[in-house]
Design a protein around this ligand. Structure first.
Ligand SMILES: Nc1ncnc2c1ncn2[C@@H]1O[C@H](COP(=O)(O)OP(=O)(O)O)[C@@H](O)[C@H]1O
Ligand SMILES: [Mg+2]
Length: 265
């Protein structure tokens, strides 16, 4: 793992009315690493990534991208800075085909071929879509297919591919494996590794610590709005991360959802 810091969060605080969703959180993301952001429901994970991706604005604290202070007023500004986010509820449009989904909201990039030449634009988008999917080893039999006919795994792959294609610096994935069949999970995790090989830094939020350990270089743990720990994956294990997440209370744990007592935080 390179030690070059690509993103630096300094003392981020976010309040919703009286509720403190994030309390003085500082966190660095290194170039070319997969960082797992974990924590229980309500810990502040989504709030933190929404701040990074310009969807909400912190009350206090600063964000630095490659050493430069940034103030994203909207998700568009974060995207322009090379930060792409795949939210939990997939941002694909069911009735559009694969190529159109990949280029949704990016029409300006396509129009370099001539805005009026619709036919060429479609050809270009299909060609680029194939290249994007090929680069990441994603096989979609027919990219003219409406995405509603694809499996959950294929849809998630397309959402991640879209982020990877346009997120020059950072891609953020909120629960990318949550809605997937077991056999599709491996493919998405491979995709995360491929994105990393392409030189992108990745923040992945997941409740599934086994999945997290399959891809993450490092863990950052939030508990009720505070960062309570950071660990290199090689220096920790699921038990320690669970303790950090829960603070040592009773938790649901294990594949079968059985309760397991964690002693001593
Ligand atoms: N838009 C909002 N308005 C009010 N409270 C919110 C809003 N978004 C999140 N919260 C609250 O902030 C806390 C952190 O939420 P969130 O970041 O979604 O946690 P996580 O993603 O870790 O489950 C929770 O208590 C949640 O209810
Ligand atoms: Mg969340």
């Amino acid at each position: 793992m390179g030690k070059e810091v690509i993103l630096s969060l300094k003392n981020i605080t976010k309040k919703f009315g009286a509720l403190v969703a994030l309390d003085d959180v500082s966190l660095d993301l290194y170039k070319n690493e997969v960082l797992a952001l974990v924590g229980d429901n309500g810990a502040g994970k989504s709030t933190l990534i929404k701040i990074i991706s310009g969807a909400i604005i912190q009350n206090r604290g600063e964000i630095y991208l490659k050493g430069r202070k940034v103030d994203f007023a909207s998700p568009i500004e974060a995207k322009r800075a090379g930060i792409e986010t795949v939210y939990q509820d997939l941002a694909l449009v069911d009735s559009l085909n694969v190529a159109n989904n990949l280029f949704l909201g990016r029409e300006e990039k396509v129009s370099v071929l001539g805005g009026t030449l619709k036919f060429l634009r479609h050809r270009y988008m299909e060609k680029r879509s194939k290249e994007i999917l090929d680069t990441l080893g994603i096989t979609i039999p027919n990219i003219r297919e409406q995405v509603k006919f694809l499996s959950g795994g294929q849809r998630q792959s397309i959402a991640v591919a879209k982020a990877a294609a346009f997120g020059k610096n950072i891609i953020i994935l909120d629960e990318p494996t949550a809605a997937l069949a077991v056999k599709e999970v491996g493919h998405i995790l491979e995709l995360v590794k491929k994105c990393k090989e392409e030189g992108i830094s990745i923040i992945i939020i997941t409740h599934n610590l086994e999945h997290a350990f399959m891809v993450a270089d490092r863990f950052a743990v939030l508990r009720v709005g505070k960062k309570v720990g950071e660990r290199l994956a090689e220096d920790t294990d699921i038990d320690e991360i669970v303790k950090l997440i829960t603070g040592g209370t009773l938790v649901k744990n294990g594949k079968d959802g059985s309760e397991r007592k964690i002693v001593n935080a």
